[in-house]
Design a binder for this molecule. Structure first.
Ligand code: NOJ
Length: 597
């Protein structure tokens, strides 16, 4: 729909409505959800690894910030080969992070403060230390124990070749051969990720029943929902056919290519060349059968009170395909990775925002917005790199370094853009401080399996998982009472520490706080979106839209633009200079929220 209005100065302004306000009161439709990566948030016991009591003690920070809910990355019992995404017991807390009593205390305190809590569920694979997999290794081929996983005979005369050509997302082969009880090389098992993360067989009803029981375990304890890991990967195509594509975890050498998705490649054995994104339908991703799983889970959640929610981590394109996970009887929302991977350019962002809103509106689901998480280079650093070259897969000391100042300026502008959009937004711990990636971490400290399995060609994700700086003067910057820290913090983190920002007008922390307060005050999360074209500020490098009574302008270009007169400026991502005629200027890489009359 396009509305044309005449402005008093005769400029013709066109307004295109792409999303209308949603009056539904379900909390998750509009929530700002803060991701806590437990091992790096706050360390209560001083061992250098963050834990649940550490989180509980810092909930005041989150309440002050003004978020609605938190999502906790996995805290389950685990050998920690993939930061806890390798679960050995879905019903217990890893001693590294605390106890079930600590989890109960965290939930109670969060709820007392009015914060909801989502926990991470990892259903695609277990840890190889899960009792099921231990039993599967001890049992014979063809046994019920093996049938919970994807064990297959190898190819070739003596079964020495893997059952198919699938690769692990972390690098290396996707299959590992086991030694049978008689000491001979035997069957192979599939692991789309690390060798210690065997994939479950979701066609086995026992697997489905177990996960419904795990859901109930946590719902009974009071969690408000689940973030579902690799939600597009549970079901594999029948027969596990060969596939001449690659799945990449976190980088996209080509613009638009996404992580944990398949990219079809030509079948040339010698020099496989990546092709443009758009076809992510390898036989291990986005199979029709996954939808039945989420319909069943939807029914489980619906038995509970309080609008419990399921959030899909699904690297699925294009957007209408992702929206299928959010049909009325399936999950409730999905991460919008197209927004996260978009280049810093007004036309690219406008397209992604429009596409996402229209695809999600079509199924009645809220759109989500996310800029950073524990799997990608923090957006402060990403946006300080040359744009249009795709997502970096980690950054090391020998790599080209981001422009930290430019990156922070853009990151703050991107955050204000994100927080002004209708729908639900995700904030990754530390982004409220403007934290950059640790881009010079000593390779010897790296723990991400990506670093190992890629044969040290991908730096991986440790750089975005560095413990948070709370205090510029305390040991480990206040992360741990003993000064221990499982990854070392870069020197620059002291400057970003919370104590340097709290109460400081214009700091990144206070800017996030102001934006979150205004977002609530103007009900932007449940608002509408109409693009505005033809404002005096309009250039191809400006995003301009109205949500409720708020005009949002983001300048991604290289020149400062005048702000229309008579606007009541609410919050800006950096201070606005004044032009000679007294008008406010919107500098490059800046977002402004202004109230319209
Ligand atoms: C996605 C998670 O976010 C990531 O951290 C993990 O390595 C993979 N899934 C495998 O569980």
């Amino acid at each position: 729909m396009a509305l044309v209005t005449e402005r008093p100065d005769d400029t013709t302004t066109t307004t295109s409505v792409v999303h209308t306000a949603n009056p539904s009161p379900q909390w998750w439709r509009t929530a700002v959800i803060y991701q806590v990566y437990p091992r790096s948030f706050a360390d209560g016991d001083g061992d250098g690894v963050g834990d649940l009591p550490g989180i509980t003690a810092r909930l005041g920070h989150l309440a002050r910030l003004g978020i609605d809910a938190l999502w906790l990355s996995p805290f389950y019992r685990s050998p920690q080969n993939d930061g806890g995404y390798d679960v050995a017991d879905y019903r217990d807390i890893d001693p590294l992070f605390g106890t079930l009593a600590d989890a109960d205390a965290l939930l109670a305190e969060a709820h007392r403060r009015g914060l909801r809590v989502l926990v991470d569920l990892v259903p695609n694979h277990t840890s190889s230390e899960h009792p099921w997999f231990v039993a599967a290794l001890a049992a014979a081929p063809g046994s019920a124990e093996r049938a919970r996983y994807l064990f297959r005979e190898g190819r070739g005369p003596d079964g020495a070749e893997p059952p198919n050509n699938w690769r692990s997302v972390f690098g290396g082969p996707g299959w590992t051969r086991v030694t049978e009880a008689d000491g001979r090389p035997g069957q192979w098992y599939l692991h789309l990720f690390d060798v210690t993360q065997p994939d479950l067989d979701w066609t086995n009803p026992e697997v489905a029943a177990e996960f419904e029981s795990v859901l109930r375990f946590w719902l009974d304890r009071g969690v408000d929902g689940f973030r579902v890991d690799v939600a597009h990967g549970l079901v594999k195509a029948e027969g596990l056919p060969d596939w001449h594509g690659t799945s990449v975890l976190l980088h996209s050498p080509l613009e638009g290519e996404v992580s944990v998705a398949g990219v079809d490649e030509p079948t040339t054995e010698t020099a496989p060349e990546r092709v443009q994104a758009g076809n992510h339908h390898g036989p291990m991703w986005d199979q029709e059968g996954v939808h039945e799983v989420y319909r069943a889970w939807h029914r489980v959640l619906a038995e509970y009170d309080g609008d419990r929610a399921l959030v899909a981590e699904a690297w699925v394109e294009p957007m209408p395909r992702l929206a299928r996970y959010l049909r009325a009887d399936e999950m409730h929302q999905a991460f919008n990775f197209a927004f996260l991977t978009a280049a810093w350019s007004a036309p690219a962002l406008r397209e992604v925002i429009t596409d996402a809103l229209s695809a999600m509106d079509a199924v009645g689901a809220p759109t989500t917005w996310v800029l950073s998480n524990h799997d990608v280079v923090r957006h402060t650093s990403r946006l300080g790199l040359p744009q249009g070259e795709g997502m970096p897969g980690g950054i090391g000391a020998a790599d080209p370094q981001p422009d930290e100042e430019l990156g922070l300026r853009r990151a703050r502008a991107a955050a204000l853009l994100m927080l002004s959009l209708p729908g639900s937004a995700y904030v990754y711990q530390g982004e409220e401080l403007g934290l950059p990636e640790h881009t010079t971490l000593d390779d010897a400290e790296r723990q991400d399996p990506v670093w190992l399995r890629s044969g040290h060609t991908e730096r991986g994700r440790d750089g975005c998982r560095v413990p948070l700086p709370w205090s510029s003067t305390q040991p480990a910057l206040g992360f741990s009472p003993t000064g221990a820290s499982w990854l070392s913090q870069p020197e620059s983190f002291a400057g970003y520490a919370l104590d340097n920002q709290q109460g400081v007008p214009g700091s990144t922390f206070e800017t996030y706080r102001a934006a979150l307060r205004l977002r609530r005050e103007f009900a932007l999360g449940s608002g509408s979106l109409a693009w505005v074209d033809g404002l005096p500020v309009g250039t191809a490098q400006t995003l301009a839209f109205v949500n409720r009574e708020v005009l949002v302008l983001t300048n991604t270009g290289t020149t400062a633009l005048p702000l229309p007169a008579d606007l009541d400026v609410l919050v800006t991502s950096q201070q606005l200079p004044l032009a000679e005629d007294g008008a406010w200027l919107v500098p490059p890489d800046t977002t402004v929220w202004a109230r319209i009359g």
